[in-house]
Design a protein around this ligand. Structure first.
Ligand code: ZN
Ligand code: ZN
Length: 478
């Protein structure tokens, strides 16, 4: 057989390329923050979580708007919305490799309406629904800060609620994962037929509203590493690196600053500062084995970047990223006016089963207002990440390039902002201060650096304003 010169050149080029084996493109669902409210009813009142209480009805009579069948932006999720979300998952991808379910199962109502039993009952209801629709699919779940009684107060280590929930989830857990979850609300598990390992962390013990750890002074040995979870994470990631696994770290509450609440220039965060710093260190140290991170709690669609420890901001490079999934509940947060509500969202992630690389992130959503008006829940594809942001791949580098573009490209930022509330808010509501908040939250997980970013950009705005003013004054003076 004759070998042409061109073929020789091609073979030489191929031989010089390092061989990167690729696997099957698999998919998994990431769903979160259902916040199922069994007391929701269409005869309820929207200014009281859509509950139908005679006293509330009398107070609000005449001015109350009727809640819709599939939910209301002022309230948490009725069962009809939860069922429609899980049905939509089965409709768009009935055979995912697995499902990530990252917590917050109960409603945003006062503890006086709850008990340990009601919390477990709601988690059991959601567990049954996912298992009924996906009987052969493994679910990797974690608890949210609303999945405890009293809410937010989950103690490090074992607890009665955690043990009961472990029983509900034992159908999905291996023996070792079950024991680990029971003991500390965390576990790791290999995904069958792939190189991916899911490492699920209990973020609730790092939460600033969890008094079990928040009240401990820094010099208390228990405060340093509650339940030894950082040490556990460090050990596990080391072992998984030795096994050449590709890790997805999952959890409920994300580190860093919330992008939709401008409390002060310092921003608004969830982790106690000491744990935010430690989490960043662990991620940085093990970035080569962590392929991606999947978190929730915000109910909004955003992402976070983690960088190496460089001498200057200019010299740093991104080493890891975290995708924040929107919630199923549409509930308008009472945190602040700018936090707002969202349309219900669910997310399908495509990934390479060998490299673990995320190849696509497809977010599906329900236009809640339209669903209630039409009397049927028509879930639709909201957007594909690589298409909307014009990315060839999803990794720390491409996401950092995207973040840099978001800073100056208003058209692209508007697309991001539309996705942030799951196509609910018009991006024109997000002015300079709001845009700065999003940009700094995405790129600065470190609290101090977030503050510097927020202050620096504010200063640069002032500089721009002062420069224009100086030019105008000079013109007037002429
Ligand atoms: Zn939530
Ligand atoms: Zn939460």
């Amino acid at each position: 057989m004759m070998v042409t010169q061109l073929e020789v050149v091609l073979l030489a080029v191929l031989a010089s390329c390092p061989h990167q084996a690729h696997g099957r493109i698999g998919t998994f669902w990431h769903v979160s923050d259902f916040h199922l409210d069994p007391n929701y009813t269409v005869t309820g009142v929207t200014d009281n979580m859509c509950w139908d209480m005679e006293r509330v009805k009398r107070q609000s009579r005449g001015e109350a708007r009727a809640p819709g069948e599939f939910g209301d932006y002022e309230c948490d999720a009725p069962l009809a919305l939860v069922k429609s979300a899980v049905a939509a998952m089965a409709n768009f991808q009935p055979n995912p490799d697995f499902i990530l379910w990252t917590g917050d199962d109960t409603a945003h109502v006062d503890d006086k309406f709850f008990s340990s039993q009601t919390v477990v009952q709601i988690i059991a209801r959601l567990t049954d629904e996912l298992h009924r629709v996906f009987p052969n699919t493994i679910v990797f779940p974690v608890l949210g800060n609303h999945d405890y009684f009293p809410k937010n107060q989950i103690p490090p280590g074992e607890s009665e609620i955690q043990t009961q929930v472990a029983g509900l989830w034992s159908r999905w857990f291996s023996r070792s994962a079950l024991d680990s979850f029971k003991a500390g609300g965390r576990y790791w598990e290999d995904v069958e037929g792939s190189n991916v390992t899911v490492v699920a962390v209990n973020t609730l013990i790092w939460y600033k509203n969890n008094l079990n750890t928040a009240l401990l002074p820094d010099d208390d040995p228990l405060a340093k590493d509650p339940d030894g979870q950082f040490q556990w994470l460090d050990d596990i990631l080391r072992q998984l690196a030795a096994r050449k696994r590709k890790v997805y770290v999952i959890g409920h509450i994300p580190p860093g600053t919330f992008e939709r609440y401008q409390q002060t220039r310092e921003g608004f965060h969830w982790y106690q500062p000491r744990y935010n710093t430690r989490f960043m260190e662990v991620v940085r140290q093990h970035a080569s084995v962590i392929e991606a991170q999947f978190f929730a709690h915000h109910h909004t669609d955003s992402f976070r970047l983690f960088f190496n420890d460089a001498k200057s901001q200019e010299a740093r490079s991104p080493v890891s990223y975290q995708l924040l999934v929107p919630g199923v509940t549409p509930w308008r947060s009472t945190l602040s006016k700018e936090t707002g509500a969202n349309n219900p969202g669910i997310r399908l992630v495509s990934y390479d089963t060998i490299t673990g690389e995320v190849t696509e992130v497809s977010t599906y959503y329900l236009d809640l207002e339209a669903a209630n008006r039409l009397g049927r829940a028509e879930w639709k594809l909201e957007y594909n990440f690589t298409f909307v942001y014009n990315l060839k791949a999803i990794n720390p580098t491409t996401l950092y390039n995207l973040a840099k573009k978001l800073k100056n490209d208003h058209f692209l930022f508007d697309r991001y902002y539309t996705a942030n509330t799951v196509s609910l808010e018009d991006p024109s509501v997000c002015k300079a201060k709001c845009r700065r908040l999003h940009w700094c939250a995405i790129t600065e997980v470190n609290y101090t650096r977030f503050y510097e970013c927020n202050s620096a950009m504010r200063l640069s705005c002032h500089w721009a304003f002062c420069s224009i003013l100086a030019i105008l004054l000079a013109l007037v003076a002429r």
